[in-house]
Design a binder for this molecule. Structure first.
Ligand SMILES: [Zn+2]
Length: 349
């Protein structure tokens, strides 16, 4: 439920951030580059001809992170990844990344550009900022939700990468039994050379646009991210156009638990899952409902609840296509750590 409410905020920001901007897609310009020498036409030589000086590739558009790594928090989620079917983005997947910030921390421009628009959100408690970027004749846009604007942030102003745009809006929510105050932004990247027919059709995962420093910083932030959809949508970049019920198969890589675990999310608003524990041949060993609490500290918890049987209590941690899972016998106490856990893998597809 909490996630759904958080999702409403996401949507508010996303609508503000993504709606109505002037979209001026530019066709990719064909780059006329000298053809490399054809090695087959070169006369035989005792030593290979020296390689021609490489033609500098046109600079590609890259972004830095809208967050300083030290401002990252994961009290409420840490990062909501691209494509996950969360809250009001359930229909066609999350078109960006949500970053959780320390309360009071600044949101940063991810690249040099020109502020295209600054629009108050529906409640007026936050603003959506759109920054346009042009690189090699191609148009890009980054979107942010900001609680309090930095004074110089206004339409038409130019910004540099890393420039503070304002302070992340903070929210207080009761999640399970814990009340958490957290701040976040919805960060979206639109590449107008891309179009996939969904809502926010130009939205792309920032993953492939990160500069090297941003990629390194992101890894440390992502490591601690927790969100309800991780069991079926565990990646930094998940596909948006999917069908429910959605099943993901996790295959044992190391350890002694079930050789295979399938999790199924019935619909795009579900916060629990059905599961099937399978043996090596794929036969069902146990099936039922899996209840998770990804925000439990120090470890996310999972209860495997078979129909009419005793729960198996477990803990888990998902990082992309790898899951550490530990659970006990039916009726046994919950493990208190991932020591001795089994490791599962799932392919990104
Ligand atoms: Zn978002």
């Amino acid at each position: 439920m909490t996630v759904k409410r958080a999702g409403s905020i996401l949507l508010t920001l996303a609508i503000t951030a993504c709606g109505g901007g002037s979209q001026s897609p530019t066709a990719p310009t064909s780059q006329s580059q000298p053809s490399p020498p054809n090695p087959q036409s070169a006369p035989p030589a005792p030593t290979p001809a020296p390689a021609p000086a490489p033609t500098p590739a046109p600079a590609s558009f890259t972004v830095s992170l809208p967050i300083r790594p030290e401002d990252s928090r994961h009290n409420a989620f840490g990062v909501n990844s691209f494509g996950i079917h969360i809250g009001d983005h359930g229909a066609d997947g999350h078109p960006g990344w949500d970053f959780e910030y320390a309360v009071g921390a600044s949101i940063l421009a991810a690249a040099e550009g020109t502020i295209q628009s600054v629009m108050p959100s529906e409640g007026g408690a936050a603003f959506g900022i759109q920054i346009s970027h042009v690189m090699n004749g191609r148009n890009y846009r980054t979107d942010y939700g900001v609680g309090t604007l930095a004074p110089e942030i206004a339409p038409g102003a130019t910004v540099v990468a890393g420039q503070p745009l304002g302070i992340a809006a903070a929210y207080t929510r009761t999640i399970g039994t814990v009340t958490v105050t957290y701040a976040f932004t919805h960060f979206q990247l639109d590449d107008f050379s891309k179009h996939d027919g969904l809502t926010n059709p130009n939205a792309v995962s920032p993953e492939n646009y990160l500069d090297s420093a941003a990629r390194q910083a992101f890894e440390t932030i992502w490591r601690d991210a927790v969100y309800y959809q991780e069991l079926v949508e565990p990646f930094i970049t998940n596909p948006r156009n999917v069908v429910f019920p959605m099943t993901r198969t996790w295959t044992l890589q190391a350890g002694g638990l079930a050789p295979r675990v399938d999790f199924t999310r019935a619909h795009n608003a579900a916060n629990d899952f059905t599961y099937v524990l399978r043996d090596a041949s794929g036969a069902s060993l146990d099936t039922g409902t899996a209840e998770i609490n990804p925000l439990a500290k120090p470890l996310s918890t999972i209860d495997f609840i078979p129909a009419g049987g005793q729960r198996r209590l477990g803990v888990y941690s998902v990082l992309g296509g790898t899951m550490q899972l530990q659970y006990g016998a039916p009726g046994a106490a919950r493990p208190t750590s991932l020591a001795g856990s089994s490791e599962y893998g799932t392919p990104q597809s």
